[in-house]
Design a protein around this ligand. Structure first.
Ligand code: IPM
Ligand code: MG
Length: 375
């Protein structure tokens, strides 16, 4: 029997609750399909600051890098929010992303028809939405140095550095081209080339790759107009590729299309492969939601859908990934809704408010036998 090793990083806030949900679903798939999963547990974020005084210990980074994949909840919370603090929970994310060279963050946005009323946008705007944001994850403003505050004769000065090498652009753009090729063949490269030198280089490097992908139609879009088009004509997008900060912002905006930030999964990938697939880090796009911790109220579907991406990308189990996604759709179609998915003022006919655990159980039930869900 094959045994996969998946590092389990609950993190802070609702992180441990949603990771528990993702694990239940993956263990159910394993039991059904005859493989097993070992779950080495690692502390990261505020939890690790409390335990060790560091957001992620070097030995833990090493331990997770020896696994087949990582499933992560969320980090951060008001307890560790001191802006002047030397250690901050988010450092764990940057250590994982940077330390493991996970340069491409895939954030797919699909609209389940039954969740159209959960979005504040009009139904006709949401028809046909199926897009994938590919966010560069290990460079740009998040990693550029210097990044600090200085005392100067003119007063305090804050400085961050936006820097991209051509290779950093090329490797993420190449993956985006490949992904577009496997989808509807349309790639939108998002930048701010009318202002930023890094964006002008970004455009040039993306254009240089075009000859390798004659089947992919490329267009360049400025990030401000892209932000508008994402809510005006979201179905016009297929794959978007963009630098770190733009991708961070646009993906939260795009979550509105899916009905709730709680629905969005993500996969962070690099070049490295294991014997089973591509090594990766999987986490929901939402944060630690400290206001609802311990209430069984968090939406587990972003993490469960991240677990599906893990099956597909890191374990090479595409059919099982499809099954998990179908089971999520079936749970939603059957009327299960966590609080974040309740339509504002809409009629509640056929809708059942459930907690994290009941939603997870609904997905696990829907997995059934492979034949049962292969619609
Ligand atoms: C995300 C989050 C993180 C980011 C925060 C928590 C540092 O917003 O993964 O999108 O900005 O990358
Ligand atoms: Mg974000």
């Amino acid at each position: 029997m094959v045994t996969y090793r998946i590092a389990s990083i609950g993190g802070d806030g609702v992180g441990p609750e949603v990771v528990a949900a993702g694990r239940l679903v993956l263990d159910a798939v394993a039991a059904r399909d005859g493989f097993s999963i070992e779950w080495p547990e690692v502390l990261a974020g505020g939890a690790a600051i409390d335990a060790y005084g560091a957001a992620l210990r070097p030995e833990d980074l090493e331990a997770v890098s020896a696994c087949d994949a990582i499933l992560l909840g969320a980090v951060g919370g008001p307890r560790w929010d001191d802006p002047a603090g030397r250690v901050r929970p988010e450092q764990a994310l940057f250590a994982l992303r940077g330390g493991l060279e996970l340069f491409a963050n895939l954030r797919p946005v699909t609209v389940l028809p039954a969740l159209v009323p959960s979005s504040p946008l009009r139904p006709e705007v949401l028809a046909g939405v199926d897009l994938l944001i590919v966010r560069e994850l290990t460079s740009g403003l998040y990693f550029g140095r210097p990044s600090e505050q200085r005392d100067t004769p003119e007063g305090r000065v804050g400085i961050d550095t936006l820097i991209y090498t051509e290779e950093e652009i090329r490797r993420v753009a190449r993956l985006a081209f490949e992904l577009a090729r496997g989808r509807r063949g349309r790639l939108t490269s998002v930048d701010k080339a009318n202002v930023l030198a890094t964006s002008r280089l970004w455009r040039v490097v993306v254009d240089e790759l075009r000859p390798d992908y004659p089947d992919v139609e490329v267009n360049h879009q400025l990030v401000d107009s892209c932000a508008m088009l994402l809510v005006r004509r979201p179905s016009s997008f297929d794959v978007l590729v963009t630098e770190n900060l733009f991708g961070d912002i646009l993906s939260d905006e795009a979550a509105v299309l899916a009905g709730s930030l709680g629905m969005l999964p993500s996969a962070s990938l690099g070049e490295r492969r294991t014997v089973h697939g591509r090594f990766g880090l999987y986490e929901p796009v939402h944060g630690s939601a400290p206001d609802i911790v311990g209430q069984d109220a968090a939406n587990p579907l972003g993490t469960i859908l991240s677990a599906a991406m893990l099956l597909r990308w890191s374990l090479g189990l595409g059919a099982a990934a499809d099954d998990v996604e179908s089971a999520v759709r079936a749970a939603i179609d059957a009327g299960a809704r966590t609080a974040d998915l309740l339509p504002a003022g809409g009629d509640g006919a056929g809708i059942r408010v459930v907690g994290t655990r009941e939603m997870t159980a609904a997905v696990v039930d829907g997995l059934g036998s492979r034949i049962g869900v292969a619609s």
